[in-house]
Design a protein around this ligand. Structure first.
Ligand code: FES
Length: 168
């Protein structure tokens, strides 16, 4: 059985490589951390934003609710972002649907087509959705409208992030 001996020169070079590697990683870690830090942060997922819509003024007819998320962080940038939701009551439940059409992303309106006054209508390619966000077969959209998380606090409607439609 042969034993491999490490020469003094090899030992020295291994030691230098180890120390050099440690020092390089100590210098690089803060730089890597700085570069990827925004990606690692949660960005307030699940947070709710207050709207001016009073919950007790809602009816079964969808109304347009505009709201702004102040200082929304996107990477290193902070900016105010405006959003819109179509909000209505279904019994005691408040429903808030995204207005973003599932065909090519235009904005849908409630009752925008006089031939289908009780549906959402997308003017870009005549896409239509039922009140619960279900896309009407035979029109361009390929899926239902997304849904906002909804919360009521101090009588006001708060909207969270969008999620796939749970109503259809
Ligand atoms: S973008 Fe809405 S139907 Fe085409």
């Amino acid at each position: 059985m042969s034993k491999k001996r490490v020469s003094r020169r090899q030992f020295l070079s291994y030691s230098l490589m180890g120390v050099g590697g440690f020092m390089a990683s100590a210098m690089l870690m803060p730089m890597v951390r700085f570069a990827v830090d925004p990606v690692l942060q949660h960005g307030g997922a699940g947070d709710y934003t207050a709207t001016k819509q009073k919950a007790d003024e809602l009816t079964e007819t969808p109304v347009r609710v505009d709201f702004t998320i102040v200082d929304r962080e996107d990477g290193w940038y902070k900016s105010d972002e405006s959003y819109t939701a179509w909000v209505y009551k279904d019994g005691d439940t408040i429903i808030a649907l995204s207005p973003v059409c599932k065909h090519l992303g235009c904005t849908v309106n409630w009752g925008g087509d006089e031939n289908h006054p009780n549906q959402f209508f997308c003017p870009c390619h005549a896409g239509r959705y039922e009140k619960n966000g279900m896309n009407v077969a035979g029109t361009p959209p390929i899926g239902p409208l997304d849904e906002f998380d909804v919360m009521v606090q101090d009588g006001l409607v708060y909207l969270g992030t969008t999620k796939p439609n749970t109503l259809v």
